[in-house]
Design a protein around this ligand. Structure first.
Ligand code: FAQ
Length: 333
């Protein structure tokens, strides 16, 4: 899906002769000129590490994010809903694979990322530690969770690291479809019976706050933002993205006839923004510390998938070994 651009040979020759300081100056000049950094270009170690952290966390989120929706595969209300849900979940799996591939270009293996995920060393988005208790949750995930993901990912299409930026272009197109399918599920529920509308409202009540936590801590508490913005990995800050998401989403809730569960939410005529109440950062911290409602269940599911899939890895390795031995024998003969 994403292809590697060829490095500019002149660029490479120049960096070989330079010391680290000059290389860094040159690197920052390329960032400032909005050039894309490609996998075998020189880059500071900390830039590489930051990208591996963010891209692998992002990939983990896509893969773990399949689980809450997968919970409704067998209970979707119609064949059409089931087919759409299956397609969406498969898309998320695909996003995980593009992202793991993008991270691999930075020198980490897929196995290591998988190991970091199941041993709890790498994160995944807090949002996927909440349960899907009703069918309305499938609509809400599409609308709010994919909606928040797109808001965050559109600027990542302009990220300074080429493979990540290119992967995001396709991911964002697919997330737009996901957002619309979720909204359409809620539209059907909100135009249905009183019970269906109540189910939609109850779902928004549970998912609203965790969705706005997805954007991460306030800018003042964000550890990585300043450096990531300077490197143009992040192009818009956590708080600015959160505000953009809220401004876009509140009118959509009103169109559905649903209440946002925030008594402090009000429109500021002067700024043109929706002002919102205090976010419960203790809840966010608890979820990040592994104590959310579904953290253990999610990691247990991934660990089981890893263990169950081991025989495939072993068979593929044995096959590759056999092929290599055959090729070597042929060459020797
Ligand atoms: N959850 O200094 P910052 C999706 C951590 S994809 C967990 O601000 P940063 C598609 C952060 O890692 C959703 N941890 O960090 C889908 C750091 O801890 P560390 C995923 C979080 O990286 C839909 C610490 O807090 N999207 O939903 C969270 O500059 C439906 C301090 O934070 C991405 O990953 C959180 N929400 O900014 C799939 C997008 N927020 O690592 C299935 C790419 C913060 O030092 C179904 N990632 N932390 O231990 C990003 O844009 C950034 O990494 C942020 C965080 C904005 C998430």
């Amino acid at each position: 899906m994403y292809t590697q651009a060829l490095n500019d040979p002149a660029n490479k020759a120049a960096t070989v002769a330079e010391g680290e300081e000059e290389q860094n100056v040159r690197f920052m000049a390329r960032i400032d000129a909005d050039e894309k950094i490609e996998p075998n270009d020189w880059m500071p170690d900390s830039y590489r590490k930051t990208l591996i952290r963010q891209i692998s966390q992002h990939a983990n989120s896509e893969i773990i994010g399949m689980l809450p929706e997968g919970n409704w595969n067998t209970r979707a209300p119609t064949l059409r809903r089931k087919a759409t849900l299956l397609a969406k979940i498969q898309d998320e799996g695909g996003h995980g694979l593009y992202l793991y591939s993008a991270a691999e270009t930075l020198g980490i293996s897929r196995e290591e990322m998988e190991h970091q995920l199941i041993t709890g060393k790498a994160r995944y988005s807090s949002i996927f530690n909440y349960p899907t208790l009703s069918w309305a949750d499938i609509g809400t995930i599409g609308w709010l969770v994919d909606g928040a993901a797109i808001m965050n990912q559109i600027p990542l299409c302009r990220c300074s690291f080429g493979p990540y930026a290119r992967a995001m272009v396709r991911v964002c197109k697919e997330e737009s479809f996901h957002q619309r399918q979720g909204y359409e599920i809620l539209l059907a529920l909100c135009n249905g019976s009183d019970e269906q509308k109540a189910m939609a409202q109850e779902s928004i009540n549970r998912w609203w706050w965790p969705s706005i936590m997805m954007f991460g801590p306030h800018d003042t508490d964000s550890t990585h933002s300043d450096q990531s913005m300077a490197w143009k990995i992040k192009r818009i800050s956590n708080d600015d993205l959160r505000q953009k998401f809220i401004d876009a989403t509140v009118p959509q809730a009103h169109f559905l006839g649903l209440e946002i569960p925030d008594p402090d939410m009000k429109f500021n005529q002067e700024t043109g923004h929706w002002e919102f109440g205090k976010i419960d950062w203790d809840e966010f911290k608890q979820v990040l510390a592994g104590n959310g409602p579904c953290n253990r269940e999610r990691l247990a599911a991934r660990t089981k998938a890893f263990e169950d899939g081991k025989w495939v890895q072993e068979a593929a390795l044995a096959h590759a070994k056999k092929q290599a031995a055959r090729a070597a024998n042929k060459e020797a003969a």
